[in-house]
Design a protein around this ligand. Structure first.
Ligand code: SAM
Ligand code: SF4
Length: 328
């Protein structure tokens, strides 16, 4: 190597977000357009046994952690069965789920028994009218019932994801800290990403995470919590010396591409090496045409090795697919 030349140390890609559906029972303003997205046909969507096979091959390529997402993953029937299938794969050590919570009361216990260890629940406002405005159709009672159902099941972790949107919910940060602290939940504040839409009704919606952090520091001490919780890009802080914690996710203002350890598998069987790039590698076609595990493994290797670690959110345009189709 040339003396003085710097090398990028690529992180190990060991985490895969698996979207099981493009359908959702909500219509969040930052995630999909008001009229929704084109609905995939039944035949386009990977069957659970197909997902199991792909995850099995992926585990041989270094994937050990899987997060089930969507759309809303629990609207797809049999998702508990999928968790059982994935739990039987050697090398998969962590199965988690991201949900809007509404359907959790009916299945949280089964999900836990099947092997889900960690649950993230999206809740962008604690006020009913705002929650409705953000989700377009949702009632806050449904999301809160989902959180209580998750808490009653003793998952290893329950976190609440809050997309902070300027002029819509940015005055609720302290309320969320109190809400989460009372329940022993970790709240995670997330910057609005221009993945699906450049803006949300009423403005560009973007608020940099430093602004949120400075606001919290007016009333709380925030000490970096060290070891990350989970597999993601959040930076965690101990609040007022602990044990309460808060996670901040700043993909736009800080970027996390250099440390990105993930792949995405869409519900219709495409591998996406990068959230913000429209590059997709078809894995369903080869799977359904009789490719061997070795051949599918080569496709995973190509997706992992071809991953860019230098994307810039500021410069990219919204990508072709909406977040509801990618899985967050
Ligand atoms: N329906 C489930 C839910 O809402 O939790 C799972 C899928 S959703 C696409 C996954 C995550 O992506 C959610 O936490 C959601 O808030 C987040 N998300 C969607 N669009 C976003 C955007 N434009 N910026 C930031 N986060 C976004
Ligand atoms: Fe549905 Fe989740 Fe997107 Fe909201 S963020 S519309 S709940 S997929």
């Amino acid at each position: 190597m040339i003396k003085g030349a710097s090398t990028i140390v690529k992180p190990k890609v060991d985490y895969m977000r698996v979207s099981v559906t493009d359908l959702c029972n909500l219509r969040c303003v930052y995630c999909m357009p008001p009229d929704g997205v084109r609905r995939m046909s039944h035949g386009e969507i990977l069957r659970y046994e197909e997902i199991e096979r792909l995850v099995r091959v992926a585990s041989g390529m270094g994937i050990s952690r899987v997060r089930i997402t969507g759309g809303e993953p629990i609207v797809r029937s049999g998702v508990v069965h999928l968790v059982e299938l994935l739990g039987g794969i050697e090398g998969i050590t962590d199965i988690s789920l991201t949900t809007n919570g509404h359907l959790l009361p009916g299945c949280a216990r089964s999900l836990k028994s099947a092997g889900v260890r960690r649950v993230n629940i999206s809740l962008d406002s604690l006020r009913g009218d705002r929650y409705r405005k953000i989700t377009r159709v949702g009632s806050i009672e449904g999301a809160l019932a989902g959180i209580e159902a998750a808490l009653a099941c003793d998952f290893d972790e329950v976190k609440v994801n809050v997309v902070v949107i300027r002029g819509i919910n940015d005055d609720e940060v302290e309320d969320f800290l109190v809400f989460a602290g009372e329940r022993g939940i970790v709240p995670r504040f997330i910057e609005f990403m221009p993945v699906s839409m450049r803006s949300v009704p009423g403005g560009d919606g973007f608020i940099p995470m430093d602004e949120i952090r400075l606001e919290m520091e007016r009333s709380h001490s925030m000490e970096p919590a060290g070891a990350a919780l989970g597999a993601g890009p959040a930076v965690y802080y101990l609040l007022d010396g602990g044990p309460s914690m808060v996670g901040l996710i700043a993909p736009v203002s800080r970027g996390f591409c250099r440390t990105c350890n993930r792949l995405r598998l869409t519900a219709d069987g495409k591998l996406r090496p990068c959230l913000m790039s429209d590059e997709e590698i078809d894995v369903k076609g080869p799977l359904r045409s009789g490719a061997s595990d070795g051949e599918i493994g080569v496709i995973f290797r190509r997706a992992i090795e071809g991953k860019s670690f230098t994307c810039d959110f500021e410069r990219v345009s919204p990508c072709g697919r909406k977040m509801v189709e990618i899985g967050g």
